[in-house]
Design a protein around this ligand. Structure first.
Ligand code: 5AD
Ligand code: FES
Length: 350
């Protein structure tokens, strides 16, 4: 199996059967071999810097009904909230002082935030902080809307594809949503000039190794700037309440594989990873990740943005998360960078 890792390291890709063999035959020893190579590539590209993103979860209203997600439309128990423009700008102020130079505006697909309102928010953030990057994570929009947000100053866009397998996609989402449209959105975003992130949940219900192979091949084809992966975690008020969470070791293994496939990709050790294991994010960095996304949302809404159960950091102030993260990264020999943390190919300051 080490041969396959060497081949992946050399060629940046494997045949589908080889990916399947590699994933199917993983072991602690093999993982360690993979992670060493992944860290080597991470350090070649970004040194021992870990980039931080201030996550602002500004609305938990959503018109979609994804079976896995705690803020799905049908979850009548979710306590809904929206942040005002002023509240969002306030989060950015707090974040700036803490050293954040990227803000991630994430929310459900909420019609209240019209293009006009979003453009106003994006422009205001940029006006206050011209040295910061804005990442949007607002779901599927038209190409025109994506372009308008980009022109207003948005730099990056996160839209996880969730699974690259049609049938699997259909088992995670109601029929109104389509994988084809989601992929189309990702290609539009890239064409417009965004730094683009796709991604998927590890161990979501009905996921097979073949699905994971398709995810990897889709990622290779899209060649995104960012890839967000984290374990699936059940939420008690969703149709997947009784399903098992995705495994830590498989998530780490896939992080390592993705670093070998795309050596300069921006790869977060996600909150979900930190939720299934107290040292999940540190282990993610040691498996090849190079980004963490501490929460900047106001404390009074934190516990309402629950995509899954037992989410960490819901009671902590932004400053607590920020310094907690610094300590965690330093404990493994990495250090938190105060910079936009652009993808290498898009960094105008180099
Ligand atoms: N477990 C883990 N991740 C989830 N997401 C949504 N629901 C869950 C869950 N139950 C992820 C999706 C989405 C991102 C914002 O959060 O992949 O794209
Ligand atoms: Fe909104 Fe899943 S329910 S993205």
């Amino acid at each position: 199996m080490k041969k396959l890792i060497n081949k992946l390291y050399r060629n940046r890709v494997l045949e589908p059967e080889e990916f399947k063999e590699l994933i199917g035959n993983r072991s602690p020893e093999l993982s360690e071999y993979l992670f060493e190579k992944a860290r080597e590539l991470g350090i070649q590209n970004y040194g021992d810097d870990v980039y931080i993103r201030g996550l602002i979860e500004f609305t938990n209203y959503c018109k979609n009904d994804c079976y896995y997600c705690g803020i799905r439309k049908s979850n009548s128990k979710a306590e809904r909230y929206r942040l005002t423009k002023e509240q969002i700008l306030q989060c950015c102020e707090v974040g700036y002082k803490l050293g954040f130079r990227t803000y991630v505006l994430q929310g459900g697909e909420d019609g209240y935030y019209t293009d006009e309102r979003m453009i106003d928010i994006i422009q205001s953030i940029k006006q206050n902080h011209p040295d910061c990057a804005i990442t949007l994570s607002l779901g599927e929009k038209s190409c025109e809307t994506y372009k308008a947000f980009f022109d207003a100053g948005a730099d990056r866009y996160l839209l996880r594809h969730e699974t690259a397998n049609e049938e699997h996609y259909g088992r995670l989402h109601p029929s109104q949503m389509s994988l084809q449209n989601r992929k189309q959105c990702l290609y539009h975003l890239k064409e417009i000039g965004y730094q683009v992130g796709c991604g998927f949940m590890v161990g979501s219900p009905y996921q097979t190794t073949d699905c994971l192979v398709e995810d990897l091949l889709f990622i290779k084809e899209l060649n995104p700037h960012m890839v967000g992966i984290g374990p699936f975690i059940p939420h008690h008020d969703t149709p997947f309440a009784d399903e098992e969470a995705g495994p830590l070791e498989l998530t780490l293994f896939l992080l390592g594989i993705i670093r070998l496939m795309l050596p300069s990709v921006l790869l977060p050790a996600t909150t979900a990873l930190g939720t299934i294991n107290p040292r999940g994010r540190e282990l993610g960095i040691l498996a090849g990740a190079n980004v963490v996304m501490p929460n900047l949302s106001p404390t009074d809404v934190r516990s309402k943005y629950l995509l899954y159960d037992n989410k960490i950091c819901t009671g902590d102030e932004a400053a607590e998360c920020r310094y907690c993260m610094q300590k965690r990264m330093e404990s493994i020999g990495y250090h938190v960078a105060v910079s936009r943390g652009d993808h290498k190919a898009m960094d105008k300051s180099i």
